[in-house]
Design a protein. Structure first.
Length: 125
């Protein structure tokens, strides 16, 4: 069986085209925060968890959520978990939080290996 022959410029165009496709599709695969509970800057009764919904499925091994109190001290001893049913959701179980402002720092690694991160805060009444 004879292989299809490509001219050199055609082959080059094909390779660049494929590379561009890969770059484009991975650029869209970054996991960004879609919504959270508590929402950013919300004032809430002590929540049982911080739940963040992302735009892409997460890689559980490298994704995490950290919570700090107003003095910057870690306020949640548990590790965040990615939902097994919906890998776009990551949750951090919380101990009973006292009133005050809390800072959330999240790191999300999408299934394509790309890492995004962000911060928001909420107030406990
Ligand atoms: Cu990506």
């Amino acid at each position: 069986m004879k292989l299809i022959q490509f001219s050199r410029p055609a082959l080059r165009a094909l390779i660049f085209g494929a590379a561009a496709l890969v770059v484009t599709s991975t650029a869209f695969a970054h996991a960004h925060l879609a919504s959270s509970e508590p929402a950013a800057n919300a004032e809430v009764a002590a929540p049982a968890a911080v739940t963040i919904h992302f735009t892409e499925p997460l890689e559980p091994a490298f994704s995490r959520i950290a919570l700090a109190d107003a003095s910057g001290k870690a306020a949640a001893p548990a590790a965040a978990e990615v939902d097994q049913q919906d890998p776009k959701v990551m949750r951090l179980a919380l101990p009973q939080l006292s009133a005050g402002r809390y800072a959330v720092h999240w790191i999300a690694v999408a299934s394509d290996g790309h890492r995004t991160q962000g911060d928001f805060a909420f107030d406990v009444k």
